[in-house]
Design a protein around this ligand. Structure first.
Ligand code: TNX
Length: 530
């Protein structure tokens, strides 16, 4: 009962006993995977799993890099195409152990029934966005979350590091970004609620970032950073008012929703963010860098003589083109440095930069348009994958926001949009990504509740074949939940929140499907014409 479901999984005669006599031998190219597996199994084996006669072996074979074959009999053999495949084979082996093996003080011996697994992922981008800007998550929480992504064979952590309500990454050249931008006076409770009167903040030092990136890399997770611009930048403007369009100072934003304060389009501002990017590129080896581009209100550019002058100089007719011009500048900057810009689907408006990858979030229209124009896309459809949306129709759901997105809805998601099926442009879909926005998620406990078990369903949609088998998934999940429990994940129960998981008094913003659909149609009507 492996989650996500392997391509092929059969039982075989015999069994394997994992105890203190087990030994682990690995191909030198797989030494890091072996070190990780030793660490995970140490409580079970009662100490270091030393090399020896090799009751467990990790070897390389002629397979794709993420593929593996796992055989369990008197011995355990993982044959993989590369380190990632070996890592996934080892993860599968762990899931063959009883749930108690996921405890940090597990005591073996454990018996594993004879098994043969052949496995490889369907998509290469199996991502999860974590918004650490709206509510800061401690470094410890992020590391724990990376372990949970890796357990589900996801391989991208998109860290949303900056927004109106907080700037979370130390930039040495501009210390005020975190001195000022990482803290806010108070926060809005829920979506429409009163202010809580309590300061909130936090940020990662560059050393913390290096640690997060390295920890993730050991688990075959690429950390993809997001520096959101030109909208969602009020925290940066609060720290450096010259980045904004107003002469007056602003504070780090304390309320939610799409704000009016956006960057100006001066050369000095572009240079400022290029300098920020220099430090970001140094810290994140990811080939992909997200520069947002979403929800940029144009009110201030319309009212700003400087922005209007810029548009006239460039011969641009609409503010959307000004945003597109700005994104092109950053696309060039990243391309010259060997990286690729990823932006939300709003970057399609006003003309797409040549190398850009589109993260399609307002439904799937942006994914279809971008793929047809020859751009790589990541399907992040909000109506299927936004795990900050409510999990049930009941009013006890903490905190009701967005359209209802049940476990079953997530499991039914298919990464290739319907309109692209059978079209060669479907090859442009790199994969999919679920999103956890944290306006309403102010702790790791609440994050657990929103992410699990829906994240397990998502993992099946990006790892396994397009066919769905809900009954089979339910059975696998029944075997999987005790693992999450052993790890200490406070997931949502099928029948709703436990008493302490409710959030009475924290207002949500209940929306039904029809209202969301109407909103989506209005938001994306311009994408239809692309
Ligand atoms: C839309 S997804 C946003 C986020 C919010 C989220 C809430 C995207 C590019 N923008 O800023 O946090 O909705 O679900």
């Amino acid at each position: 009962m492996i989650v996500p479901k392997p391509v092929r999984h059969e039982s075989r005669p015999g069994s394997f006993v994992l105890d203190s006599r087990a030994t682990l031998n690995a191909d030198p190219a797989l030494a890091e995977v072996a070190a990780w597996l030793r660490g995970e199994l140490a409580p079970v084996t009662g100490g270091e799993l030393l090399p020896g006669s090799g009751t467990i072996t990790l070897t390389l074979g002629d397979l794709p890099p993420e593929a593996y074959r796992l055989t369990v009999g008197p011995r355990v053999e993982v044959v993989a195409g590369g380190p990632a495949g070996a890592f996934y084979g080892a993860q599968t082996f762990r899931q063959l152990l009883p749930p108690a093996a996921f405890r940090r003080a597990a005591t073996g011996p454990f018996t594993v029934p004879g098994t043969y697994v052949e496995d490889e992922p369907r998509f290469r981008w199996r991502g999860c966005l974590l918004d650490v800007a709206r509510h800061f998550m401690t470094k410890h929480d992020v590391l724990r979350f990376i372990d949970l992504l890796a357990l589900h064979k996801l391989n991208v952590l998109h860290l949303h590091l900056t927004d109106d309500q907080g700037w979370r990454i130390e930039i040495k050249r501009y210390p005020r970004l975190t001195e000022v931008g990482a803290w806010r006076r108070e926060s809005q409770t829920g979506w429409n609620g009163a202010m809580d009167g309590r300061p909130h903040g936090g940020y990662y030092t560059q050393e913390d970032i290096r640690e997060i990136v390295a920890y993730a890399a050991q688990r075959h997770v690429t950390v993809v950073p997001e520096i959101d611009l030109p909208g969602h930048t009020q925290a940066a403007i609060a720290a450096y008012p010259e980045l904004g369009n107003l002469g007056t100072p602003l504070e780090v934003r304390t309320t939610w929703g799409v704000g009016v304060n956006v960057l100006n389009v001066e050369d000095a501002t572009i240079e400022f963010f290029q300098n920020v990017l220099d430090e970001v590129l140094e810290l994140f080896p990811s080939p992909y860098i997200v520069l947002g581009g979403d929800e940029c209100r144009k009110d201030q550019w319309r009212a700003s003589p400087a922005a209007q002058r810029r548009m006239a100089e460039l011969g641009l007719g609409a503010e959307e083109e000004l945003q597109s011009w700005l994104i092109h500048r950053f696309d060039d900057y990243l391309t010259e440095r060997g990286r690729r810009l990823v932006g939300w689907d709003e970057i399609l408006e006003g003309g797409l930069a040549p190398g850009a990858v589109v993260a399609s979030w307002r439904g799937e229209l942006g994914a279809v348009a971008a793929a047809r124009h020859g751009h790589d896309v990541i399907n992040c459809s909000n109506t299927s994958l936004y795990l900050d949306y409510r999990q049930g129709p009941g009013e006890e759901e903490p905190v009701p926001f967005g359209t209802v997105l049940t476990l079953e809805d997530v499991y039914a998601f298919e990464p290739v949009p319907e309109e692209l099926r059978g079209d060669p442009a479907a090859a442009r879909v790199l994969g999919a990504q679920c999103g956890i926005w944290t306006e309403l998620i102010d702790s790791s406990r609440h994050l657990d509740y929103m992410a699990f078990p829906r994240l397990a369903a998502f993992a099946e949609t990006v790892w396994g074949p397009a066919e769905r088998d809900l009954a089979g998934f339910r059975d696998r999940l029944a075997a999987h939940l005790p693992r999450l429990e052993a790890i200490g994940v406070e997931y949502r129960r099928a029948d709703g929140p436990l008493p302490w998981q409710r959030r009475p008094g924290v207002p949500g913003r209940p929306e039904d499907r029809e209202r969301w659909q109407a909103k989506l149609d209005a938001w994306t009507s311009n994408l239809r014409t692309l």
